[in-house]
Write a protein that binds this ligand. Structure first.
Ligand SMILES: CC(=O)N[C@H]1[C@@H](OP(=O)(O)OP(=O)(O)OC[C@H]2O[C@@H](n3ccc(=O)[nH]c3=O)[C@H](O)[C@@H]2O)O[C@H](CO)[C@@H](O)[C@@H]1O[C@H](C)C(=O)N[C@@H](C)C(=O)N[C@H](CCC(=O)O)C(=O)O
Ligand SMILES: Nc1ncnc2c1ncn2[C@@H]1O[C@H](COP(=O)(O)OP(=O)(O)OP(=O)(O)O)[C@@H](O)[C@H]1O
Length: 493
């Protein structure tokens, strides 16, 4: 596409020829290929302007900036364009280069502090069972019909706009009509979901997370709210007060789901078992009894979010309800680890106060003996949630193992000290900073009938210490340790 065509409907100023051919838009100079337009945007760590020379060496055919002074003074061998905001331009230009692919797809975006990965995967699984192909994009990666693909994509909850638009184009090429993606507050604020032609937006819950990134809870909420303006129809959890207020302020079409019988789709828990939950799902006068193979009211709410969404795509509610018995959680979410030690061992991704409360409340209810909780909090972010998570852990746990969870540039001992501010004075705990040793300690400390829950890392395969990502997987390590313990106990008999 010629650069003139690319920018003709966008506010901008240009120097140079409008006839230069552009293949893609790219904001990382390291990834520039000949014929790309390099978007030299300001970042948190550096400015893309420092990388213009490198982009030109790699064959950039045009440069886009949002720095007016640089634009005025620049004298480059290729066209240069000034736009008011590079991030919003990159979303538009990526969509335009691929001929606005989202318009040919059904796009569903799920936001919320917790449950986005879970609900996007549920929607994908239900669509598959209804014989529809679906692409799911989010924290755990990109999946087509439950197969992981595009492993080279950066691990973000909401991918950069250039990658989302590329995947939309891929979905069309591969004949996948539904794309379900996670909408993080950061992704929404950074325009990654602009020009995605979102058919349905889903609001799960808004509690505390990323407050330091946004500056305040109010701004975090406003970032989430952006989705309600991008989506043609919004599906809102009426049990969450912030979501409800966003829903009520929405001018477009909206559907509410939750526990109250006054909402469009509601559920009532009939049997709350140790491995599954039986619910009555109701829409107007239509009622269905479903057996959800999951525990916890919050999971029923996640399932209802997915059901309400698919029902809006004109699938009969009875057909949708028939698929619920086969739902499985994504990797690292309430994942039971098989063992012959007589223990219940769960790996979970909870890393916010609300998520922690949900999982610990659920586990406590179904634990035969003691609940042993291993966790810490991430470094360089959201300090306020540390004592809150400490308090929640202390309410439910019989024994706590404080460890390290992406301490980044902070001292993990200091992080754990802040967590302990929330502990009750009688709380039994130990600190094992080495995560491997912490898991080992949990397994050695536990006795038959106890429940161990390893929180915070879920599916993740790395631990960030300083600026380095080191390999670590709770799931891999705990399985390995269990095997060794089982062998040792067998030999001792
Ligand atoms: C806050 C945010 O959006 N950060 C992303 C952003 O970084 P940045 O804007 O600070 O960019 P920068 O590093 O200062 O660089 C400025 C510009 O120079 C370019 N550059 C930089 C270096 C270089 O050698 N060459 C070069 O061209 C960069 O590509 C960029 O265009 O652009 C980077 C390059 O694409 C991303 O890797 C980075 O995401 C980082 C990995 C990240 O951790 N983001 C997190 C905070 C994030 O987005 N999280 C949300 C929420 C998750 C949740 O809900 O838990 C998510 O949706 O994932
Ligand atoms: N509806 C919910 N309400 C509160 N907590 C939840 C809910 N659903 C899941 N959780 C908890 O949150 C954890 C993370 O779930 P999930 O990965 O689905 O959320 P997410 O919003 O995608 O998280 P992230 O944005 O960090 O990727 C789960 O392991 C579980 O402990």
């Amino acid at each position: 596409m010629q650069i003139g065509e690319l920018i003709k409907d966008w506010p901008c100023t240009m120097k140079g020829s409008i006839r230069v051919e552009i293949k893609r838009v790219e904001d990382d100079a390291n990834l520039i290929l000949p014929g790309d337009a390099f978007i030299a945007r300001k970042g948190n760590n550096s400015s893309g302007i420092s990388y213009i020379d490198s982009a030109l060496e790699k064959g950039a055919a045009a440069i886009v900036v949002d720095d007016e002074n640089y634009f005025n003074e620049a004298d480059l061998p290729v066209p240069i364009i000034w736009v008011p905001n590079c991030l919003s331009f990159i979303a538009y230009a990526s969509a335009k280069i691929y001929n606005f692919p989202a318009e040919a797809l059904t796009v569903i975006a799920v936001t919320g502090t917790n449950g986005k990965t879970t609900v996007t995967h549920f929607i994908g699984q239900i669509l598959n069972q209804l014989d529809k192909r679906a692409m799911v994009i989010g924290t755990n990666g990109v999946f087509i019909d439950r197969e992981k693909c595009y492993p080279e994509m950066e691990a973000l909850t909401t991918l950069q706009a250039k990658n989302i638009q590329f995947l939309f184009k891929e979905a069309i090429r591969l004949d996948v009509p539904y794309v379900v993606l996670e909408a993080s507050s950061i992704g929404l604020e950074k325009h990654r979901l602009d020009h995605c032609d979102i058919d349905i937006g889903i609001f799960l819950n808004v509690t505390e997370d990323h407050i330091e990134d946004h500056g305040s809870f109010e701004r975090y909420k406003l970032s989430k709210q952006i989705l309600s303006t991008l989506a043609k129809k919004n599906i809102i959890n009426s049990d969450d007060s912030v979501c409800r207020s966003i829903g009520l302020a929405t001018k477009g079409k909206r559907i509410f789901f939750g526990k109250g019988s006054h909402v469009d789709y509601f559920f009532q828990t009939l049997v709350d078992g140790p491995a599954s939950t039986t619910c009555c799902i109701q829409h107007k006068k239509e009622k269905h009894i479903v057996n959800i193979p999951l525990v916890g009211d919050y999971q029923c709410s996640n399932v209802l979010a997915a059901i309400s969404c698919i029902a809006q795509l004109d699938f009969p509610l009875s057909d949708i309800c028939n698929t619920i018995g086969n739902l499985v959680l994504p990797e690292g979410r309430f994942e039971h680890v098989e063992n012959q030690l007589g223990l219940s061992i769960v790996v979970d991704y909870a890393h916010t106060p609300d998520a922690m409360k949900m999982i610990l409340q659920t586990l406590k209810k179904h634990t035969k003996r003691r609940l042993i909780v291993m966790f810490s909090c991430g470094g360089n972010r959201d300090k306020a949630k540390r004592p809150k998570m400490g308090m929640i852990a202390s309410i439910y746990a019989d024994y706590i193992i404080l460890t390290t969870d992406n301490a980044r540039n902070e001292n993990p001992q200091q992080i754990n000290k802040q967590i302990r501010e929330g502990f009750s004075s009688t709380q039994e705990y130990i600190e094992c900073l080495n995560r491997k040793e912490a898991i080992e300690h949990a397994l050695n400390y536990a006795e038959k009938g106890d429940t161990i829950v390893l929180l915070g890392k879920g599916h993740e395969k790395t631990q960030q210490i300083g600026d380095k990502q080191k390999y670590f997987s709770d799931l891999v390590f705990v399985r390995e340790m269990i095997r060794q313990l089982e062998k040792r106990r067998l030999n001792n008999h």
